[in-house]
Design a protein around this ligand. Structure first.
Ligand SMILES: [Cu+2]
Length: 180
């Protein structure tokens, strides 16, 4: 009898807890959020072949969660450092790249496409040539401190004449997305 009572009490407690769980799921309380590393997927990733110096990686980062995800940093064994770059248009109309303030913000169930002429993952200080067909690991660090490592294939991109290698500025010409 006491067993049954206790079981009923436990069931009631479990039912009472349900509304709290629903509330927690729909809030932005990061304490209850799943790690960003479990919620983010990366597709179509590739790195521009380069003899040395700098290069850039591209792809589509998708946030599969109900919460906003930020990408705040990156690293790769291929280069001294990684920066999360954006392209801005200066007052004189020319374009240049720079680290994106605060990194990349991806809304719930949205994707961010990194592509030539737009946001890209910048490799600075390549340790060696990035050869076409080889693979390079890239680790992205999220705002909640978790990280995810994926592998990007090095690809030749002759259609893109903008210079990721020396000047720090991209060409002003729009560039087509790979495969477009
Ligand atoms: Cu850049």
């Amino acid at each position: 009898m006491s067993l049954t009572t206790s079981r009923l009490a436990r069931t009631a407690a479990a039912l009472a807890a349900v509304p709290f769980l629903l509330v927690a799921c729909s809030s932005n309380d990061s304490a209850t959020a799943a790690p960003a590393s479990d919620q983010v997927s990366i597709a179509d990733q590739w790195v521009k072949a380069a003899p040395g110096g700098m290069s850039a990686a591209f792809g589509t980062i998708t946030n599969n969660s109900d919460q906003t995800v930020t990408v705040v940093a990156g690293s790769s064994p291929a280069s001294s450092s990684i920066e999360l770059h954006e392209i801005i248009t200066k007052a004189d109309g020319t374009k240049m790249m720079q680290p994106k303030p605060g990194g990349y913000t991806i809304a719930p169930h949205a994707s961010l496409t990194l592509k030539p002429g737009a946001d890209h993952i910048m490799f600075i200080g390549l340790h060696q040539e990035l050869r076409t067909g080889s693979d390079t690991p890239i680790t992205l660090v999220f705002g909640d401190g978790t990280s995810k490592t994926f592998t990007a294939r090095v690809r030749d991109f002759p259609g893109n004449q903008e210079d990721y290698g020396t000047g720090g500025e991209h060409g002003a010409q729009p560039t087509p997305a790979p495969g477009a």
